[in-house]
Design a protein around this ligand. Structure first.
Ligand code: P5A
Length: 443
């Protein structure tokens, strides 16, 4: 993309309404624009990162054997009356009446709708296990929408639903989700710690939230510091292997780590004092096993091998896709702007032309741009007629991990400069080596 032809409305001044750094930087970098409290337009660069995050979530879900689909945002009230949650959900649910006087709602989550899909088609244990998921907008009329995309009213969620014949099988589905989430967050450059939590309006008493530690997080958390040393890394896992998945769950959840809803002072006191930590965290996902809560109330039954009709065991598993943008920025920025991890960056690198209009500099930039694109990368070429300082400030603000700086002086010696946004370190090299270097990073 050439910056002169892109739509990147960066702001010079710091928006007064933004209280936390990720919100400020998303507004300043021209990623989002508020349409109404807690509701945002995703401007091109924000949308690009959102799509990148969605893609990682999709890839990891499919790797775990989960099946993508798409359910609507608007749902009929009847299904929620069946489950009993129509009244329970209270004012957080946005209720709508259509022209026929029919009660509808903008879905805050999809347990009812997916249970209805399941019971309409699945009759036998032979069609299970089954995990269906979608990535779709949700609406929760939060009392206090704030912090930009962190606590929105309209937000993008990946929600997956598992259907199993037995509790044991459903718990394997739970463990499989835990493993796939660890991989997913690490690919985004995040450490998200699974912590025992509370079921809230979704229900069930077996649930973990995934928390990214950050001072601006809305949840208070208590944990054994040893847990922060754990990494999933690039280990291979067979998602059908019950013992393997269980072992990962054990490894990542055996130490004390709880949100304030389930925190227990007496148990916490057993953690050696020097390892006891109290902090704040951003909830980027939550997994639930809730047994037959929805299949009982909504009569979702299948035939077991003995021919008996039994209610299915279910779980639901969510990732806050739009919230993740905020969480990643909270975890990765400096006073100049965002520092995107390579896994989610909107453009792989920036090309800064220090002297637009200079024949040699223009030609070198064009050539770099074309070759990077030919290698399958997505560079952002700042080809505007602006001073170097302004171009650097924009690049630092939008946080691309790598920048190639091209100027007449360097070109006289046959070199360009490659700079890491994270370390600030720069190195001179020929344009060919610069291309190899950047291509190698994303290979
Ligand atoms: C699990 C999937 C559920 O809704 N039903 C389907 C279950 N869980 S949850 O914890 O309530 O939500 C899942 C994740 O969505 C994000 N989230 C939000 N993001 C932005 N703004 C909000 N107002 C908001 N509410 C929830 C969180 O990351 C949460 O973990």
């Amino acid at each position: 993309m050439r910056l002169s032809r892109y739509f990147l409305p960066v702001l010079k001044e710091t928006p007064a309404e933004a209280q936390i750094v990720s919100h400020r930087l998303m507004l300043r970098a021209g990623m989002i624009k508020q349409a109404s409290a807690g509701i945002y337009s995703w401007l091109p660069m924000g949308y690009k990162v959102l799509s990148r995050i969605k893609q990682i979530v999709d890839e990891e879900q499919e790797r775990a054997g989960h099946i993508p689909m798409l359910m609507p945002t608007l749902q009929p009230a009847e299904l929620w009356q069946e489950s009993g949650r129509y009244n329970d959900y209270g004012r957080e649910m946005l209720r709508i009446e259509d022209r026929h006087g029919r009660d509808m709602l903008y879905g805050p989550t999809n347990e009812e709708l997916v249970t209805d899909v399941f019971r309409s088609y699945v009759r036998s244990y032979k069609d299970m296990p089954l995990t269906l998921y979608h990535i779709q907008w949700k609406f929760r009329d939060e009392v206090r929408p704030r912090f930009g995309v962190m606590r929105g009213r309209e937000f993008y969620m990946k929600d997956g639903y598992t259907f199993d014949l037995t509790k044991e099988a459903a718990l394997h589905a739970y463990n499989r989700h835990l493993v796939s989430y660890l991989r997913t967050y690490e690919r985004m450059g995040l450490q998200a710690i699974p912590m025992r939590a509370d079921g809230g309006p979704i229900g069930g008493d077996y649930t973990h939230e995934f928390l990214v530690l950050a001072e601006t997080g809305e949840s208070e958390v208590f944990y054994d510091s040893e847990i922060t040393d754990l990494r999933f890394g690039d280990r291979e896992i067979d998602y059908d292997n019950v013992e393997q998945c269980e072992a990962v769950l054990e490894e990542f959840t055996s130490r004390y780590a709880r949100t304030d809803e389930t925190h227990d002072d007496a148990i916490f006191a057993e953690v050696p004092e020097e390892r006891r930590r109290t902090a704040r965290g951003i909830e980027v996902g939550q997994i639930f096993y809730f047994g037959t809560k929805y299949s009982d109330s909504m009569n979702a039954k299948v035939q077991d091998p003995e021919g008996n009709l039994v209610p299915v065991h279910m779980g639901s598993h969510g990732i806050g896709v739009s919230r993740l943008l905020g969480a990643i920025i909270e975890a990765s920025h400096d006073d100049k702007g965002i520092i995107w991890p390579e896994g989610v960056t909107p453009f792989h690198c920036g090309i800064v032309n220090l002297k637009q209009g200079d024949e040699e500099a223009d030609a070198a930039c064009e050539s770099l741009y074309a070759q990077l694109k030919a290698a399958g990368l997505d560079p952002l070429y700042d080809d505007r007629n602006e001073r170097a300082g302004g171009k650097f400030a924009t690049m630092d603000l939008i946080g691309l991990p790598w920048r190639i700086t091209v100027g007449p002086r360097g070109l006289k010696n046959g070199v360009v400069e490659v700079t890491s946004r994270k370390t600030g370190g720069s190195e001179e090299m020929t344009p060919e080596v610069a291309i190899q270097r950047i291509v190698g990073i994303y290979a």
